[in-house]
Design a protein around this ligand. Structure first.
Ligand code: NAD
Length: 319
């Protein structure tokens, strides 16, 4: 089977995606630089699942190091670009590093894709591009008022991708992910911080009285959506990959309490300005054109997440 490049392969979504691609029989070249946004040990743990697989080659490299990557890789059919600095709040504190990694990084990966004669480019974008748009978010909403620099870097990348698709005929599929969760979720994400706090009996910080809404999407549904996108080529299309069923954060906390079997100690704080009050995906386009069909309910997803969290509790607390 053909070669696929996955950038950000040591991350949460990237490592799950690579696992599934290998199961499907693809040869995968994974690229990651263990960016310092969160502890490298989490990423080493993700990568351990992939490292000795015969069809997997790992390159520890920065996506902006075009010359090195050009030397190391001969050709590829598809590039799935997931490497980025994530994190809405932190992007307001260090905006330049976000622009650098996410915008210049994307251009570098695009240049590489052209040199390697790739015939498909899939980009991991985000619901944060929608900012102040009306819910439910549709792919044809303006998405021109993101609330964070992070959201801005994702939208800028989407627009630059259009120019590459237009000028070079590179088929581009943009997937806007909505709050992804599951085993090995990023440690900076609310669900992970809440689970840890609830387990340890420590106070957790909850914004906006727990009434902010998020369209939580289980990792296996996201991976399924990416693989479905891989099987269809478009000259340039954008798709929401969400569950289409947003919940209030307080409901997430109640589910975590139920499955962990302990009560949360909550401190409410005002919503940071850059946090979106609500994310809600209209997924009808992905259903129609990709055959995307999210399957995991929030109850089942949180139960599975907690099972993983508790089964690996010593490691999760040590890291
Ligand atoms: N997790 C979510 O809920 C979510 C939602 C929307 C969009 N996304 C996007 O999906 C992608 C994957 O997210 P994730 O949650 O798995 O994050 P993650 O941080 O776990 O994974 C990203 C990986 O990219 C790597 N990386 C960062 N900069 C790099 C660089 N310059 N060179 C090489 N590697 C680099 C990091 O080391 C990391 O392993 C990101 O683009 C993110 O913005 C995630």
């Amino acid at each position: 089977m053909s070669d696929i490049i996955v950038t950000g392969c040591a991350g949460f979504i990237g490592s799950h995606l690579c696992e599934s691609l290998l199961k499907e029989g693809y040869q995968v070249i994974g690229i990651d630089n263990f960016d310092s946004y969160y502890d490298r040990r989490f990423k080493e743990r993700n990568l351990a699942i992939l490292r000795d697989r015969k069809q997997f080659e790992f390159l520890e490299a920065d996506i902006r190091d075009f010359d090195y990557l050009r030397r190391k890789i001969r050709n590829t059919e598809v590039v799935i670009h997931l490497a980025a600095r994530p994190g809405v709040r932190s992007s307001m504190k260090d905006p330049k590093s976000y622009a650098d990694a996410n915008i210049l990084g994307t251009i570098s990966v695009l240049e590489l894709a052209l040199k390697l004669n790739a015939n498909q480019f899939i980009f991991g974008s985000s619901s944060s591009v929608y900012g102040l748009d009306e819910v439910p978010f549709r792919e044809d909403s303006p998405a021109d008022r993101p609330l964070s620099v992070y959201g801005g870097t994702k939208r800028a990348s989407e627009i630059i991708l259009h120019a590459y698709s237009y000028n070079y005929g590179l088929p581009v599929t943009i997937l806007r992910f909505f709050t992804v969760y599951g085993p090995r979720v990023r440690p900076d994400m609310a669900i992970y911080k809440f689970a840890k706090g609830i387990f340890l009996g420590e106070e957790i910080t909850v914004y906006g009285e727990g009434k902010l809404k998020r369209d939580y999407t289980y990792i296996s549904d996201i991976v399924d959506g990416i693989i479905k996108a891989l099987r269809r080529k478009f000259s340039y299309e954008i798709f929401n990959l969400g569950s289409g069923r947003p919940i209030e954060i307080i409901r997430l906390i109640r589910l975590l309490e139920r499955y962990i079997g302990r009560e949360a100690r909550i401190r409410f704080e005002e919503k940071p300005r850059e946090d979106m009050p609500e994310t809600y995906a209209d997924i009808s386009k992905a259903k129609k054109l990709l055959g995307y069909e999210p399957k995991v309910s929030i109850e089942e997803g949180v139960r599975k997440f907690v099972k993983w969290f508790l089964n690996n509790i010593e490691e999760n607390l040590r890291l």
